[in-house]
Design a protein around this ligand. Structure first.
Ligand code: C2G
Length: 131
């Protein structure tokens, strides 16, 4: 049972997120998503449209996701990898190199981001077109 973990905010879920989650799951058999809490998003300087509980509910409905845990800080990754017996850490390549320190504990894979789509782009388009 190859266990994968990934981290993120996953606000206003879109096909870029789904591509990432699908490809992360394809790397193994069990996918854990560490979902940024509202407090951690403040630390990340990210404003979210949806609160943690709602973002969690959406992620748990995705066939590729087996477990959702809270991401509360930058420091928890090594502990998570050990606690959940993770074999591989996966994240989009906008983070390329940032998490290489995890290579001591598990495989590290950066997957190509899906171009164009982003939560920010969605918000901007909505504002412009005043839906
Ligand atoms: N993503 C993607 N393609 C996009 C948009 C996002 O592949 N067009 C990926 C990101 O690379 C990331 C995941 O989807 O792997 C979640 O994206 P965000 O919610 O923006 O996550 P982020 O704020 O980058 O949080 O500790 C790590 C951070 O919590 C990552």
């Amino acid at each position: 049972m190859k266990r994968i973990i990934t981290y993120g905010t996953f606000d206003l879920l879109h096909y870029g997120h789904i591509n990432l989650l699908k490809r992360a799951k394809e790397q193994g058999d069990y996918l854990i998503v560490a979902l940024s809490t509202d407090e951690f998003n403040e630390l990340k300087g990210k404003k979210t449209f949806m609160k943690y509980a709602d973002r969690k509910k959406i992620l748990e409905a995705i066939r590729y996701v087996d477990l959702v845990i809270p991401e509360e800080n930058w420091e928890q990754k090594v502990n998570d990898v050990q606690k959940y017996h993770v074999d591989m850490f996966v994240i989009g390549d906008d983070w390329k190199g940032e998490f290489d320190f995890l290579k001591e504990y598990c495989e590290v894979k950066y997957l190509a981001r899906t171009p164009e789509i982003s939560t920010t782009a969605i918000k901007q388009k909505l504002n412009e077109q005043k839906y």
